[in-house]
Write a protein that binds this ligand. Sequence first.
Ligand SMILES: *Cc1c(COP(=O)(O)O)cnc(C)c1O
Length: 363
Amino acid sequence: MTPDKYLTKKAKSLHPYVAGLQPQEPGWIKLNTNENPYPPSPKVNEILRSVDTMSLRLYPPGDGGLLRQTITASLIPNPTTEHQNSQQPGAPSVFCGNGSDEVLALAFQAFFSGKSNIHTPDISYGFYPVWGAMYDVGLNYIPVEEDFSINPAKYSGGNGVIIANPNAPTSLAAGLGAIEDILKQNPNGVVLVDEAYIDFANMPSAVALLPKYENLLVVRTFSKSHALAGMRVGYAIGHPRLIDALHLMKESFNSYPLDILAQKAAAAAFSDTAYLASTVEKVIATRDRTIAALAHLGYKTLPSQANFILINIGERAEELYEHLLANKILARYWNKPRIAGFLRVTIGTDEEMEVFISCVKQW
Ligand SMILES: *Cc1c(COP(=O)(O)O)cnc(C)c1O
C-alpha cells in the first residue's frame, strides 16, 4: 500500500537540489556552503534590536519596499521606484526575493519555461538543472573549456542564457567583454547573469551593461558577501519590463515572500559599504594565503574570483573529503564527470583555514 497514487506526475518525478550539510551541533569547521565566516554588518544588529514587534502584525511591503529603494538608489544613476510606467524609460529596476534562489526560480518561470535551447555551462550551479526540470526548460549544456573557463563563442543563437559569474563551483570569472559577447549573440532571449560571488571578484558587475542591453538580468544575493544567508534575501536588476514579469510571477504565487525583518536587515547591510569592503578584503587575503599553502603541499587550485576554491586533488578526492569529515571539517565533493577529482572549499577565517591546511598536510 502506497499513498504515491495521490501525487502528481511532477511530484513523483522531481530530483531536488541537494545542498551541503548543515550540522546543528557546534564544533564543526564549516567550509561547504560558501557562507561568510564573519558576522553581518553591526548595522544589522542595531536595526534588528530596535524592531518594534507591533510592526510584525502587519504584512510587509510586498515589493521589497525600503530594500528595493536602497538598492535602486545606489546602483542606478536615475532611480525609478515605479515598476510600471517608469518616468525614465530605459532606467533599470530592481526585484527583491526570498533568497536569490527564489529570484532565479521566478526568472526561470518568467523567461525560460517551455522554451528550448537555453544555454548554460555544463559545470555550474547545481540548482539550474533542478529548475530546468521543474519548469520544463530545454537546457543546452555547453561544455566549459579544458581549464574550466567559459568560451563566449560557444554561446550563440540561444532562446536564453544562464551563467553564474564568477561561476560555481569553478570559482572562475569571465570578463565583462565575454559577457557582452554573449549578450550580442543572444538578442532573442534573456541573458541571466547570476552574480552571487561578484563582490569577491576583481571585475565590475554586469550591471554596467544594463543601459545597453534590455535582455540582461543580473541576479545577486545577500547570502555570501553580506553574511546574511539565514535572512534569505536576493534581488534582480534589469529592464523594468523584465522586473515587471518577475513581479507578475511572484504575485501569482506568494505575495509577501520577503519578510519585514529581512528587508530591514538587508537594507542596513547594503548601505554599510565600508564594512562590506573590509570583510571581502579579509576573505580575499585568506583565500590567497590558502591557495599558496596548498601549492606548497603540491596541490593546484583554480585561480579563484570567489569566496571558495576548487582544489585539484586527483583520484583520492573523495578520500580526502572523508578524512576532513572525520576531523569535523566540512568541504564539498561531487562524484560527477569532470569535477570528481576536485574538492570545493569555502574560505573561512585564517584560524579555520590553518586547521584545514594542517589536516590536509597530515593526510
Ligand atoms: C549561493 C548561490 C545562490 C543562492 O543564494 P541564496 O540567495 O542564498 O538563495 C545562487 N547562485 C549561486 C551560484 C550560488 O552559489
